[in-house]
Design a protein around this ligand. Structure first.
Ligand code: FPP
Ligand code: MG
Ligand code: MG
Length: 327
């Protein structure tokens, strides 16, 4: 994810600040136990887009003290929380590849992977305490939503509940929450007004949902070279995603085979490949893309509270990149 910044001075500042975050993160994943340092630094060193820290830094630019140390700390908090959740997520999704590297549970087993997630989450909590009681409360509320979203994903919609609505609630919880908090922390610790903080939080929530929905599209459309993950993982695990839900709404008789495949288990390699092939050329993929672009547009409307200028332009570009990303 390239830095979506046209203004050179702003781009240079963000690069510089992001380097500080990176340096701090390298310290935070260290443990007194060498083995824990190895497992906890594994995913951080494998790469990652640092999407959440970047949003913290960018949102902080809206305020009158974007240079505060608290902004760097907040950026570390959200990335550590995110990293923690990935260790757990790959266990739940039985995903073997993450950021182009072998997933932690594949390398060290589920117990180590889960406890490493806990370790990173503890580190993140310790750091949140430095930001004060309000930040601790926000962090706890965010964590609640992350966990609720992740659990709801494993539960079918209630009778009478629209599957797409259910799914959007999952997405808001498991991804919208932490990205909303990234924007909130940036605004708050960068010294923005309460009104701007609320607007940026609302923006972050929708950008976060759009980010997850494009991730869903990539699960179908990308190859592992681009995404650093195994394509079709959601499909194989039976995790419903936007393009699949949209395809399932089709009444076109030509879709009979796809619908039959989607209704069954896709753990068999041949059936999985057949379903993936059919989805890749299905109009639901473009329909899903159009939906995500519409969410990005909705997110940008919340930026009306931010003065016109390079920072607002970058936040707008950030929403657009999320909607159209290919990795
Ligand atoms: C990735 O989704 C997963 C998340 C965004 C959230 C996971 C949240 C938890 C495991 C609960 C919180 C746990 C801790 C310790 C903070 P995905 O599987 O759709 O995306 P992927 O393609 O990147 O795997
Ligand atoms: Mg996953
Ligand atoms: Mg998952």
């Amino acid at each position: 994810l390239a830095l979506p910044v046209g203004d050179d001075a702003l781009a240079a500042r963000l690069h510089e600040r992001l380097a500080l975050v990176e340096e701090a993160l390298a310290g935070h994943v260290r443990s007194r136990a060498a083995f824990v340092t190895e497992t906890a630094s594994h995913l951080m060193e494998a790469g990652g887009k640092r999407f959440r820290p970047l949003l913290v830094l960018l949102a902080a630019e809206v305020g009158d003290r974007p240079d505060s140390d608290e902004v760097i700390t907040a950026a570390c908090v959200v990335e550590l929380t995110h990293l923690a959740s990935l260790y757990h997520d790959d266990v739940m999704d039985e995903a073997d590849l993450r950021r182009g590297a072998v997933a932690a549970h594949t390398r060290w087993g589920n117990h180590v992977a889960i406890l490493t997630g806990d370790f990173l989450f503890s580190k993140s909590s310790e750091l949140t305490a430095e930001l004060g009681g309000d930040a601790v409360r926000i962090q706890a509320q965010t964590f609640t939503r992350l966990v609720e979203g992740q659990i709801l994903e494993t539960v079918a919609p209630q009778p009478g509940e629209d599957p797409l609505e259910h799914y959007l609630e999952v997405v808001a919880g498991k991804t919208g929450s932490l990205i909303a908090t990234s924007a909130r922390y940036g605004a708050r610790f960068g010294g923005a007004s309460r009104e701007v903080e609320e607007a940026l939080t609302a923006y972050g929530e929708i950008v976060g949902c759009a980010f997850q929905l494009s991730d869903d599209i990539l699960d179908i459309a990308s190859d592992s070279g681009e995404s650093g993950k195994t394509p079709g993982t959601d499909l194989r695990e039976g995790v419903p995603t936007l393009p699949v839900l949209m395809a399932q709404a089709s009444t076109d008789p030509a879709d009979a085979r796809l619908l039959e495949l989607l209704a069954g288990e896709l753990t068999d390699d041949d059936l999985h490949a057949e379903a993936l092939g059919l989805l890749r050329k299905h109009p639901a993929l473009d329909q899903a893309r159009a939906y995500v672009v519409a969410r990005a547009t909705e997110a940008k409307q919340h930026l009306a509270a931010v003065p016109q200028g390079p920072v607002r332009a970058a936040l707008e570009a950030f929403a657009d990149i999320v909607a159209t990303r290919s990795a």
